[in-house]
Design a protein around this ligand. Sequence first.
Ligand SMILES: Cc1ncc(COP(=O)(O)O)c(C=O)c1O
Length: 382
Amino acid sequence: MSNQLPEVRLFQPLLGDEELAAVKAAFDRSWVGLGGEVSAFEKEFEDYFGAAAALGVNSGTAALQLAVEAFGFPEGKKVLVNDLTFVASATCILINRLVPVLVDCDPVTLGMDLDDAARKVDSDTVAMVVVHYGGHPAPMDRVMEFARRHDLKVIEDCAHCIGGDYQGRKLGTWGDVGCFSFEEKKGMTTGDGGMMVSADRELIERMRPHRWVGIDKDTWRRRDSYTDTGDLDTKHWHYEVAVLGYKYNMNDLAASIGRVQLRKLAAMNETKRRAIQRYLGHLRACPDMVPLLPYEADRGAYWLFGVRVADRDGVIRHLKQRRISTGVHYMPLHAHPLFERYNAAVPNSAAIWPTVLTLPLHARLTDAEVDRVGCALVDRNA
Ligand SMILES: Cc1ncc(COP(=O)(O)O)c(C=O)c1O
């Protein structure tokens, strides 16, 4: 029907000349692996978050995995996690030989339902992975109070909420560790990448070798000593491996992009807020659907904009014919075969997920594109 129309993409990174110049500078330095750019990005991340330390890795998944590992929980202990989330929020638990306990979603915010968490926590529970679903902040004052009461570590999964806050305090700095994703669809990107932040410098330093095959010194930090004519120590090449590590480091190409993206973050979040406000106007004329989340469109750092609609397939088809991309975030954990054996009662998540539909939202989305999507939804109701 409308094959001539340009597509409206669901997600799209906002990358331009500044990022290209930063990558070129890394080429010109001829150092593209783990190096000074990663350290500089970590430092800027620490400053942005007012965190004691940050650790750059090659994905949000790696950040979550190292964050859970950092506490050295005994095998078989339990970790609470949102049921309605991306699988990486919970594979980090399984990979660390722990047991995920799937917690239902709050029917309004779609974040973790703390009443359900209270029903499921027991004496074997050691931590919780709290997802700020779609960018809507979890109520971190209540989360932290719950965690303290049950002596749980808190890992914030901030893949959706970079730049957001709760009660004026940045998301990612409430819990013991905050984990971010810079995958290409996220609020800021490095292609792929991730970061851990924490107020506990010792925890981050302890995990540093784990992202670099267990090696106790970063190669680039040793580099100058290779040709240091003032120091003829012949052991400049020496390092030791005392811990079992992964090859999870961020590299300088990614970090050079990330440093520029961090400077653009506030503006990118603002563009998305404006798009959300515009969408909400259109939705008022669509009686068969409601906004996915209780959007605070004048503040928030949202990753997802979407609706809840009974006839999801009908809307998908209608938009597809108009070259408008849609998505579903998410088929919940309990519906994946990997998590079948951890299935628990999650009635809200089970009832709501078949109605959730993600619409295009990104920092390149134009008013005209939002109106194209909005008018298509309104037309369907006409
Ligand atoms: C909630 C959530 N957690 C973790 C991740 C993993 O991030 P990455 O793709 O950078 O590994 C994602 C992203 O895809 C996500 O949506």
